[in-house]
Design a protein around this ligand. Sequence first.
Ligand SMILES: Cc1cc2nc3c(=O)[nH]c(=O)nc-3n(C[C@H](O)[C@H](O)[C@H](O)COP(=O)(O)O)c2cc1C
Length: 217
Amino acid sequence: MGSIQVEFKNSATTAILEAVKARRTHYALKAESPISDEAIEHIVQSAVLHVPSSFNTQTSRVVLLLKEEHQKVWDIAISAMEGLVAAGKVPKETFENQTKPKLNAFRAAYGTVLFFVDYDSLATIKEKFAIYADKFDPFALESNAMSQYLVWTALQSEGLGANLQHYSPLIDEGIQKQWNLPASWKLDAQLVFGAPASAPGEKSFNPLEDRFKVFGK
Ligand SMILES: Cc1cc2nc3c(=O)[nH]c(=O)nc-3n(C[C@H](O)[C@H](O)[C@H](O)COP(=O)(O)O)c2cc1C
């Protein structure tokens, strides 16, 4: 951001913005956590409870998977990909040299948060506010993304690293069966987390001037 120093009335504002800046994508993760499972659970529950949704529809559904349960997500992804290889849809070499090592790196982490949207729960409100009917699904996804971002940022703030993945629809059926989840829960993203094994990669920033305007200052 700009080089001008700004003083906030509340030091929590500075802390929030520091946490926003510190959140990064970490791919090299260990099967360890510097915080308790209860602390992780509290972060995820806080997102489910307090992240806003359009018309307070509360459409996000979240599953926290730790240790062996987390590994099952990536076993499901590996086995789904093996199915694509067997069907001739993915070259065996690409799978063995690229996809499988990547999926095994996710598996080597400590946990995965699965983020779902329950679009079916919007049926009544779509009827009630017909004029907005086509807006509710994208709003639900936007709200879900807010939860993903909050959990990612808070985990990083507690010394965990995380990366955001999208293996839907490949893994949807396996996930739903494994944890007996309602069919109306549509998987959007998987946040993989664990103690960081190395620093994140370099990140470049496009000029702020091209991406931000202020008027009336
Ligand atoms: C909506 C969204 C979708 C993303 N999807 C993926 C993904 O499927 N796989 C992945 O490895 N990273 C994914 N990322 C991570 C981005 O590549 C990453 O956030 C971006 O390069 C900036 O790096 P940083 O997270 O270190 O700030 C996604 C990020 C966002 C915000």
